[in-house]
Write a new protein. Structure first.
Length: 87
């Protein structure tokens, strides 16, 4: 019988909670944050024509970042903070 293996990194989810909201977002650790931005905007159509900025632990989240590129690892639950909405 083969030994069990670790789950693939692309199957591990990062949970993002925003501010005091009870709403959470889940992304795969291998995906870029641009997917999170897309999902957030799909739920908040009123912000679709504006630039959103989020931060985590003092780091500005860019769409091109991945969780691992800014030091967030498997099965993390992070608290992202909307920094501002411009537009």
């Amino acid at each position: 019988m083969p030994e069990p293996t670790s789950p693939k990194n692309d199957n591990i989810e990062i949970v993002i909670a925003l501010g005091n909201s009870r709403q959470t977002y889940r992304i795969r650790s291998s995906l870029r944050f641009e997917r999170f931005f897309e999902v957030y905007l799909s739920r908040h159509q009123e912000l679709a024509d504006r630039n959103l900025t989020f931060s985590f632990d003092g780091t500005v989240l860019r769409g091109s970042d991945t969780p691992e590129s800014i030091g967030i690892y498997n099965k993390a639950v992070i608290q992202a903070q909307p920094m501002g909405v411009t537009g």
